[in-house]
Design a protein around this ligand. Sequence first.
Ligand code: PGA
Length: 257
Amino acid sequence: MNRKYRKAIIAGNWKMNTKPSEVKAFIEELRGLSNRTKWCETVICAPFTHLTVASRAFWNGHVSLGAQNMSEHPKGAYTGEVSAEMLRDVGVKYVIIGHSERRQYFGETDLTVNKKILAALEADLHPIVCVGESLEQRELGLTNELISYQVRAALAGVPADKLRKIVIAYEPIWAIGTGNTATAEQADEVCSLIRALVRGLYGARLARAMPILYGGSMNEKNAEELLAKPDIDGGLIGGASLVPEKFAAIINAANQE
Ligand code: PGA
């Protein structure tokens, strides 16, 4: 983390877990366990069904509200979809876009990811854009090329004045939900590659200000080491975000004086 230039973000991705009726108690427990500073923002990306109740529970600003997906379309005959405006209207600030599970199971491509990012920005949401390589791609030495392509495709058509809303999460697919965390060095190397790419596209000032997160089996044991790296500005956390003690320990690691 580099507190001089940018804030840290610790974002939980609950995926398809928990029930709306459990949100309030979870937040109360988390509030009692976690510290808070001005340089780190805590986010929970909850399922659509949870968002209205979560928005009330998060009201005092201790936790910001995020969604896990959205439609690329503004409105219309798209049965089952949820638009950026709808998310905004219930108090959502962040939205995960292009998570590898969406790419793998729901056919999302770099093109749809880009469309969703542009639609999210249009509605004033902050996209958390996920990029990451598979184990096979890493072993073939394609990581840097692939990440470069994903980042460039994601940011196509994003004007410089909207870039400040974007967060990028480096999530190697082989590390998600597997317990195989990338080493702090591996994670930092790719996060710094992403920052260099953004620098090339938008200049040093905007690149310096962008929060870049790591995700993939981040937990209460490895968070401190990962967050100590200069280009890792926080985490996108799946499994460990479902347990208040574990999630709070990660938040506290990011909020150390
Ligand atoms: P994990 O998930 O922390 O359970 O590996 C991370 C993610 O998918 O965002």
